[in-house]
Design a protein around this ligand. Sequence first.
Ligand code: CAA
Length: 588
Amino acid sequence: MAISTVGVIGLGTMGAGIAEVISRNGYSVIAIENSTAALEHGRGTLEASTARAVKRAKLTEQERSALLDRITFTTDMPALASADLVIEAVSESLELKKAIFAEVDAITPPHAILATNTSSLSVTDIAVATGRPANVVGIHFFNPAPVLSFVEIVRTVVTSQEIVDEAVAFARTLGKEPVVIGDRAGFIANALLFGYLNHAVSMFESKYASREDIDDAMRLGCGYPMGPLMLLDLIGLDTAYEILDTMYKQGRDRLHAPSPILKQLVTAGLKGRKTGRGFYTYEAPGSPVVVDAVDTEAIELGPTREIASVGVVGSGTMASGIAEVFAKAGMDVVLVARSGDKAAQALSRIEASLDKAVSKEKMTQEERDAALERVRGTSSLRELSYADLVVEAVVEDLEVKKALFVELDRTCKPGAILATTTSSLPVIDLAVVTKRPQDVVGLHFFNPAAVMKLVEVVRTVSTSDEVVDTAIAVCRALGKHPVTCGDRAGFIVNALLFPYLNDAVRMLEANYSSANDIDLAMKKGCGYPMGPFELLDVVGLDVSYAIQRTLYLEFREPGFAPAPRLEHLVTAGYLGRKTGRGFRDYVN
Ligand code: CAA
């Protein structure tokens, strides 16, 4: 069947975007709203979005007016009598959707495909409200629909294969990458996204970290296009609440129970970007311009200590990367390894990295020479007696680190700050073995340290304000972006990242979708730089399993229990890229 006329019901954020992308690809669109005011609002959204596309040279002025001309804006449902396909995009209420589908069923020709853009409700429940459930399918777009190229095609147990094929072919004509999946709350992308978003909200609500720090951590630590709180504002807090509520009711997973503040914001009418205020305040309703963001890099600090000379303990990738970062910022660095040989190896790693920076024209030969000159390697901790700051980056073993902190406390001068780069152990456990717990802080760098801008500054219950502020000042001097958080397993990034990766493994285990389709969903539907299975294989399944286990043991959250498949792969020695096999096979 040839589709030429498409009805879109509901012109909110999603409906307007869907109508835009369909019309842009040459189809006639009948755009329906239930009131003139809503219709005019939807028209305004479309006009603004297409004007932006013209400004960005994605459309010509002529194409824009042709696009708008192909859309008939109406409040008259019977106008759908000529539609070959109808896509419903009203708010997430099952009763409302069922009523609309029953009405559309009576109006549209028998061949018409009836599709819902629901994000979480059961497509089957909606389908049975019509006399043609075999023609009902989910076509789920991602916000902003004109930009993101992923579409989930949801088949129910009664959807006919022919209709699924037509929906897939239609999505391809829009330039989208469709994936066909079964009818389960949240489908692929939302099922993996919303647990993470909800967790970020609870971090904010419990004041574990600030709004900006949570968002910056995920953008800079994981390369996400937006932080979770700003993304929630884009999605709409009412929509997010409804999706979480539906997912919770279907799976009874506490991690999907909407964080209380979401309900409060929605009740107060602060529904995110579309109303001009949600977690952030925007210039105007619908505007992407935030007017109340705090510039965390400019926050004034209290008294700080002077840091001129730095010690780094360890000789692995993190230790050499961190030493390089300090040396490049003009500080003298003593790198202490377990042996002279190991120190020499770390120094040659630093040299190689600096050479690479020169060859990529990121620094001059003179700058390289000066940086290298500033790093000294040794196997003696005694050489740290003059350091103002010591950063420990040895193996993630609590007993080894504790023994080291006892030594550092004995060796280092009074007032020297002792920092750990641990990513999963409690910083307070290291602080209490010293006589200076107020001077112990977490400085969690990301790998590769020379490249990644983010550093999590971890404050324990004992760390002094002066030490936290000094740590922040040091990160700024290094050209890094510090975020501060409390001393909980996973800090911000790992606590938000790994449960999502673990959920992806569970989804695979449940045979809901394939690793390729799940990776595609998160890359194309949410703009992530890597899919969860690509990332797991890069990080290493042993490392991922260990972090997930730590999170589980700290929070005792059943939803955080490591997925059995992850554990089995680790047991089998399939650890990801480094062993040539993980979720995928690699040619090393
Ligand atoms: N038509 C065509 N292209 C357009 C356009 C339009 N109307 N409007 C913008 N664009 C283009 C821009 O020109 C730009 O392309 P170039 O980079 O080639 O110039 C690109 O789209 C990005 O747009 P902007 O510059 O306006 O914005 P940005 O770079 O700040 O990115 C963003 C904004 C696209 C929202 C990005 O931050 C992003 O991808 N965020 C993640 C969004 C996400 O995760 N969405 C999924 C949410 S879940 C969901 O939607 C499902 C659900 O059920 C709730």
